[in-house]
Write a protein that binds this ligand. Structure first.
Ligand code: GYE
Length: 320
Protein backbone atom coordinates (compact mmCIF):
# COMPACT_ATOMS: atom_id res chain seq x y z
CA UNK A 1 0.00 0.00 0.00
CA UNK A 2 2.81 2.41 0.91
CA UNK A 3 4.42 2.03 -2.55
CA UNK A 4 1.04 2.81 -4.16
CA UNK A 5 0.70 5.87 -1.94
CA UNK A 6 4.15 7.17 -2.84
CA UNK A 7 3.49 6.61 -6.50
CA UNK A 8 0.12 8.31 -6.25
CA UNK A 9 1.69 11.16 -4.31
CA UNK A 10 4.47 11.63 -6.83
CA UNK A 11 2.22 11.49 -9.84
CA UNK A 12 -0.39 13.75 -8.22
CA UNK A 13 2.42 16.16 -7.27
CA UNK A 14 3.59 16.31 -10.87
CA UNK A 15 -0.05 17.07 -11.74
CA UNK A 16 0.20 14.25 -14.27
CA UNK A 17 -2.49 12.07 -12.69
CA UNK A 18 -5.31 12.27 -15.22
CA UNK A 19 -7.56 9.50 -13.88
CA UNK A 20 -9.43 9.21 -10.55
CA UNK A 21 -7.34 8.88 -7.36
CA UNK A 22 -6.15 5.39 -6.69
CA UNK A 23 -8.85 3.54 -4.73
CA UNK A 24 -7.64 0.87 -2.35
CA UNK A 25 -8.84 -0.76 0.84
CA UNK A 26 -7.46 0.74 4.03
CA UNK A 27 -6.06 -1.12 6.98
CA UNK A 28 -6.56 1.00 10.10
CA UNK A 29 -5.33 0.33 13.63
CA UNK A 30 -7.63 1.64 16.39
CA UNK A 31 -6.18 2.14 19.88
CA UNK A 32 -9.31 2.49 22.06
CA UNK A 33 -9.12 3.51 25.74
CA UNK A 34 -11.38 0.74 27.05
CA UNK A 35 -15.09 0.47 27.89
CA UNK A 36 -15.35 2.70 30.97
CA UNK A 37 -18.70 4.21 29.98
CA UNK A 38 -21.78 3.60 27.87
CA UNK A 39 -20.60 6.36 25.58
CA UNK A 40 -17.20 4.70 25.06
CA UNK A 41 -18.81 1.37 24.25
CA UNK A 42 -21.06 3.08 21.69
CA UNK A 43 -18.05 4.78 20.09
CA UNK A 44 -16.41 1.37 19.68
CA UNK A 45 -19.56 -0.17 18.20
CA UNK A 46 -20.01 2.65 15.72
CA UNK A 47 -16.34 2.65 14.70
CA UNK A 48 -16.53 -1.06 13.88
CA UNK A 49 -19.81 -0.52 11.99
CA UNK A 50 -18.33 2.36 9.98
CA UNK A 51 -15.23 0.28 9.12
CA UNK A 52 -17.39 -2.65 8.02
CA UNK A 53 -19.59 -0.41 5.87
CA UNK A 54 -16.55 1.16 4.16
CA UNK A 55 -14.62 -2.08 3.59
CA UNK A 56 -11.89 -0.95 6.00
CA UNK A 57 -9.84 -3.68 7.69
CA UNK A 58 -9.94 -2.48 11.34
CA UNK A 59 -7.36 -3.77 13.83
CA UNK A 60 -8.89 -3.08 17.27
CA UNK A 61 -6.92 -2.82 20.55
CA UNK A 62 -8.61 -2.19 23.93
CA UNK A 63 -6.11 -0.56 26.33
CA UNK A 64 -8.07 -1.21 29.56
CA UNK A 65 -7.57 2.48 30.48
CA UNK A 66 -3.75 2.21 30.41
CA UNK A 67 -1.61 4.58 28.34
CA UNK A 68 1.23 2.06 28.14
CA UNK A 69 -1.12 -0.39 26.44
CA UNK A 70 -2.10 2.28 23.91
CA UNK A 71 1.56 3.02 23.15
CA UNK A 72 2.25 -0.72 22.73
CA UNK A 73 -0.73 -1.04 20.37
CA UNK A 74 0.42 1.91 18.26
CA UNK A 75 3.91 0.38 17.95
CA UNK A 76 2.33 -2.90 16.88
CA UNK A 77 0.22 -1.13 14.25
CA UNK A 78 3.38 0.56 12.92
CA UNK A 79 5.18 -2.82 12.76
CA UNK A 80 2.19 -4.26 10.85
CA UNK A 81 2.44 -1.41 8.34
CA UNK A 82 -1.15 -0.22 8.70
CA UNK A 83 -2.29 2.64 6.45
CA UNK A 84 -3.57 4.80 9.34
CA UNK A 85 -4.09 4.84 13.09
CA UNK A 86 -7.09 6.00 15.17
CA UNK A 87 -6.21 6.97 18.75
CA UNK A 88 -8.55 7.92 21.59
CA UNK A 89 -5.85 9.15 24.01
CA UNK A 90 -6.65 8.25 27.64
CA UNK A 91 -4.62 11.22 28.92
CA UNK A 92 -3.31 14.37 27.24
CA UNK A 93 0.46 14.00 27.85
CA UNK A 94 3.19 11.43 27.03
CA UNK A 95 2.50 10.86 23.31
CA UNK A 96 5.37 12.71 21.56
CA UNK A 97 7.71 9.74 21.16
CA UNK A 98 5.23 7.24 19.75
CA UNK A 99 3.58 9.85 17.52
CA UNK A 100 7.04 10.70 16.13
CA UNK A 101 7.51 6.99 15.36
CA UNK A 102 4.20 6.90 13.47
CA UNK A 103 5.19 10.06 11.57
CA UNK A 104 8.59 8.56 10.66
CA UNK A 105 6.72 5.51 9.33
CA UNK A 106 4.50 7.89 7.29
CA UNK A 107 1.39 6.53 9.01
CA UNK A 108 -1.22 9.28 9.63
CA UNK A 109 -2.80 9.37 13.11
CA UNK A 110 -6.32 10.66 13.77
CA UNK A 111 -7.31 11.51 17.35
CA UNK A 112 -10.84 10.64 18.50
CA UNK A 113 -12.84 12.42 21.24
CA UNK A 114 -9.87 13.53 23.34
CA UNK A 115 -6.87 15.72 22.60
CA UNK A 116 -3.12 15.49 23.27
CA UNK A 117 -0.59 18.14 24.33
CA UNK A 118 1.77 17.10 21.49
CA UNK A 119 2.44 19.43 18.58
CA UNK A 120 -0.29 19.16 15.96
CA UNK A 121 2.19 18.20 13.22
CA UNK A 122 2.28 14.80 14.94
CA UNK A 123 -1.28 13.92 13.97
CA UNK A 124 -3.37 14.38 10.81
CA UNK A 125 -6.49 15.71 12.56
CA UNK A 126 -8.52 15.44 15.78
CA UNK A 127 -12.25 14.65 15.70
CA UNK A 128 -14.13 15.72 18.81
CA UNK A 129 -16.31 18.20 20.62
CA UNK A 130 -15.34 21.55 22.13
CA UNK A 131 -14.85 20.06 25.59
CA UNK A 132 -14.57 23.39 27.39
CA UNK A 133 -17.79 24.59 25.74
CA UNK A 134 -19.56 21.47 27.03
CA UNK A 135 -18.59 22.41 30.59
CA UNK A 136 -19.78 25.96 29.96
CA UNK A 137 -23.16 24.77 28.64
CA UNK A 138 -23.61 22.64 31.76
CA UNK A 139 -22.62 25.55 34.02
CA UNK A 140 -24.84 28.05 32.21
CA UNK A 141 -27.82 25.70 32.61
CA UNK A 142 -27.22 25.50 36.37
CA UNK A 143 -26.77 29.27 36.71
CA UNK A 144 -30.17 29.77 35.05
CA UNK A 145 -31.86 26.96 37.00
CA UNK A 146 -30.65 28.18 40.40
CA UNK A 147 -31.21 31.92 39.95
CA UNK A 148 -29.93 33.83 42.98
CA UNK A 149 -30.41 30.93 45.46
CA UNK A 150 -27.28 29.79 47.29
CA UNK A 151 -26.07 26.52 45.73
CA UNK A 152 -23.25 24.27 46.95
CA UNK A 153 -22.08 22.12 44.03
CA UNK A 154 -20.22 18.81 44.12
CA UNK A 155 -18.25 17.81 41.02
CA UNK A 156 -17.40 14.34 39.72
CA UNK A 157 -14.41 14.80 37.41
CA UNK A 158 -13.44 12.55 34.53
CA UNK A 159 -10.17 10.61 34.32
CA UNK A 160 -7.33 12.63 35.88
CA UNK A 161 -5.11 14.18 33.21
CA UNK A 162 -7.55 13.54 30.37
CA UNK A 163 -8.46 16.50 28.14
CA UNK A 164 -12.23 16.17 28.86
CA UNK A 165 -11.62 16.27 32.63
CA UNK A 166 -9.36 19.32 32.36
CA UNK A 167 -11.52 21.24 29.88
CA UNK A 168 -14.97 20.35 31.19
CA UNK A 169 -13.86 21.55 34.64
CA UNK A 170 -12.50 24.80 33.21
CA UNK A 171 -15.63 25.46 31.15
CA UNK A 172 -18.01 24.87 34.05
CA UNK A 173 -15.96 27.11 36.36
CA UNK A 174 -15.96 29.84 33.71
CA UNK A 175 -19.77 29.68 33.48
CA UNK A 176 -20.38 29.94 37.22
CA UNK A 177 -17.68 32.54 37.87
CA UNK A 178 -19.27 35.88 38.74
CA UNK A 179 -22.19 34.12 40.40
CA UNK A 180 -21.06 34.10 44.04
CA UNK A 181 -24.15 32.15 45.12
CA UNK A 182 -22.83 29.09 43.24
CA UNK A 183 -19.83 27.36 44.80
CA UNK A 184 -18.05 24.06 44.09
CA UNK A 185 -17.55 22.64 47.60
CA UNK A 186 -16.18 19.20 46.68
CA UNK A 187 -14.50 17.95 43.51
CA UNK A 188 -12.95 14.54 42.86
CA UNK A 189 -12.40 12.14 39.98
CA UNK A 190 -14.91 9.36 39.40
CA UNK A 191 -12.85 8.17 36.40
CA UNK A 192 -15.87 8.36 34.05
CA UNK A 193 -17.36 5.15 35.53
CA UNK A 194 -20.71 4.47 37.26
CA UNK A 195 -19.10 2.48 40.06
CA UNK A 196 -16.60 5.17 40.97
CA UNK A 197 -19.22 7.89 40.48
CA UNK A 198 -21.44 6.18 43.07
CA UNK A 199 -18.54 5.62 45.49
CA UNK A 200 -17.31 9.23 45.37
CA UNK A 201 -20.86 10.61 45.62
CA UNK A 202 -21.36 8.50 48.78
CA UNK A 203 -18.30 10.20 50.29
CA UNK A 204 -19.56 13.64 49.27
CA UNK A 205 -22.96 12.95 50.89
CA UNK A 206 -21.33 11.78 54.13
CA UNK A 207 -19.05 14.82 54.22
CA UNK A 208 -21.88 17.27 53.51
CA UNK A 209 -24.37 16.60 56.32
CA UNK A 210 -25.91 13.58 54.60
CA UNK A 211 -26.30 15.65 51.42
CA UNK A 212 -28.46 18.33 53.04
CA UNK A 213 -25.75 20.93 52.23
CA UNK A 214 -25.58 19.90 48.55
CA UNK A 215 -27.75 21.70 46.00
CA UNK A 216 -26.34 20.27 42.74
CA UNK A 217 -24.08 17.63 41.20
CA UNK A 218 -22.02 18.37 38.08
CA UNK A 219 -20.64 15.14 36.58
CA UNK A 220 -18.23 15.16 33.61
CA UNK A 221 -20.17 12.25 32.11
CA UNK A 222 -23.62 10.65 32.44
CA UNK A 223 -22.25 7.32 33.68
CA UNK A 224 -20.82 8.92 36.83
CA UNK A 225 -24.09 10.85 37.22
CA UNK A 226 -26.13 7.60 37.02
CA UNK A 227 -23.93 6.04 39.70
CA UNK A 228 -24.27 9.16 41.86
CA UNK A 229 -28.07 9.15 41.45
CA UNK A 230 -28.12 5.71 43.04
CA UNK A 231 -26.06 7.00 45.98
CA UNK A 232 -28.35 10.02 46.45
CA UNK A 233 -31.43 7.76 46.56
CA UNK A 234 -29.75 5.39 49.03
CA UNK A 235 -29.08 8.43 51.24
CA UNK A 236 -32.83 9.06 51.29
CA UNK A 237 -32.73 12.17 49.09
CA UNK A 238 -34.42 12.90 45.76
CA UNK A 239 -31.95 13.31 42.86
CA UNK A 240 -33.25 15.85 40.34
CA UNK A 241 -34.98 17.90 43.05
CA UNK A 242 -33.20 17.78 46.45
CA UNK A 243 -29.96 17.63 44.46
CA UNK A 244 -30.00 18.87 40.85
CA UNK A 245 -28.05 16.65 38.40
CA UNK A 246 -26.29 17.98 35.29
CA UNK A 247 -23.82 15.95 33.20
CA UNK A 248 -22.45 15.34 29.69
CA UNK A 249 -22.71 12.66 26.93
CA UNK A 250 -26.52 12.23 26.51
CA UNK A 251 -26.41 8.42 26.74
CA UNK A 252 -29.79 6.59 26.84
CA UNK A 253 -29.78 5.92 30.59
CA UNK A 254 -29.61 9.61 31.49
CA UNK A 255 -32.92 10.04 29.64
CA UNK A 256 -34.40 7.20 31.69
CA UNK A 257 -33.32 9.11 34.81
CA UNK A 258 -34.84 12.31 33.38
CA UNK A 259 -38.14 10.51 32.76
CA UNK A 260 -38.15 9.60 36.48
CA UNK A 261 -37.32 13.19 37.44
CA UNK A 262 -33.93 12.02 38.78
CA UNK A 263 -31.68 13.94 36.36
CA UNK A 264 -32.13 17.45 35.00
CA UNK A 265 -29.80 18.20 32.07
CA UNK A 266 -27.15 16.65 29.83
CA UNK A 267 -24.92 17.95 27.02
CA UNK A 268 -24.80 15.65 23.99
CA UNK A 269 -21.58 14.14 22.62
CA UNK A 270 -21.92 12.10 19.45
CA UNK A 271 -20.34 8.62 19.66
CA UNK A 272 -19.86 8.66 15.87
CA UNK A 273 -16.36 10.14 15.72
CA UNK A 274 -15.19 7.46 13.26
CA UNK A 275 -17.37 8.65 10.36
CA UNK A 276 -15.62 12.04 10.02
CA UNK A 277 -12.27 10.36 10.81
CA UNK A 278 -12.58 7.81 8.01
CA UNK A 279 -13.78 10.49 5.58
CA UNK A 280 -10.67 12.57 6.33
CA UNK A 281 -8.37 9.55 6.00
CA UNK A 282 -10.01 8.51 2.73
CA UNK A 283 -9.40 11.91 1.17
CA UNK A 284 -5.86 12.11 2.52
CA UNK A 285 -4.73 8.61 1.51
CA UNK A 286 -6.32 8.80 -1.93
CA UNK A 287 -5.18 12.22 -3.11
CA UNK A 288 -3.26 13.83 -0.28
CA UNK A 289 -6.09 16.19 0.77
CA UNK A 290 -5.11 17.58 4.18
CA UNK A 291 -8.05 18.06 6.60
CA UNK A 292 -8.37 20.86 9.19
CA UNK A 293 -6.45 20.03 12.36
CA UNK A 294 -9.73 19.91 14.35
CA UNK A 295 -13.01 18.47 13.07
CA UNK A 296 -15.56 19.65 15.65
CA UNK A 297 -18.72 17.73 16.57
CA UNK A 298 -21.69 19.58 18.04
CA UNK A 299 -22.76 19.85 21.68
CA UNK A 300 -26.51 20.10 22.31
CA UNK A 301 -28.20 20.65 25.70
CA UNK A 302 -31.10 18.35 26.65
CA UNK A 303 -33.34 18.90 29.67
CA UNK A 304 -36.43 17.23 31.15
CA UNK A 305 -38.61 19.40 28.88
CA UNK A 306 -37.16 17.71 25.76
CA UNK A 307 -39.38 14.59 25.85
CA UNK A 308 -36.79 12.22 27.40
CA UNK A 309 -38.93 9.15 26.66
CA UNK A 310 -38.72 9.46 22.87
CA UNK A 311 -35.08 10.56 22.98
CA UNK A 312 -34.31 7.41 24.99
CA UNK A 313 -35.93 5.28 22.25
CA UNK A 314 -34.01 7.11 19.49
CA UNK A 315 -30.71 6.87 21.35
CA UNK A 316 -31.10 3.10 21.83
CA UNK A 317 -30.68 2.75 18.04
CA UNK A 318 -27.56 4.92 17.87
CA UNK A 319 -24.95 2.34 18.76
CA UNK A 320 -25.76 2.08 22.48
O1 GYE B 1 -17.51 11.91 27.91
C1 GYE B 1 -16.90 9.65 28.59
C2 GYE B 1 -15.78 8.73 28.15
O2 GYE B 1 -13.47 11.16 25.94
C3 GYE B 1 -15.14 12.87 25.83
O3 GYE B 1 -14.76 9.62 27.67
C4 GYE B 1 -14.85 11.38 26.05
C5 GYE B 1 -15.32 10.91 27.41
C6 GYE B 1 -16.84 10.73 27.55
O4 GYE B 1 -15.35 7.93 29.18
O5 GYE B 1 -18.14 8.97 28.71
Amino acid sequence: MKILKTLAGAVALAGLMAGPALAADMTVGFSQIGSESGWRAAETTLTKEQAEKRGIDLKFADAQQKQENQIKAIRSFIAQGVDAILLAPVVATGWDQVLEEAKDAEIPVVLLDRQVDSSDDLYLTAVGSDLEHEGEVAGEWLVKEVGDKDCNIVELQGTTGSSPAIKRKAGFEKAISGHDNLKIVRSQTGDFTRTKGKEVMESFLKAENGGKNICALYAHNDDMAVGAIQAIKEAGLKPGSDILVVSIDAVPDIFLAMQNGEANATVELTPNMAGPAFDALDAYLKDGTKPEKFIQTESKLYTQSDDPKSIYEEKKNQGY
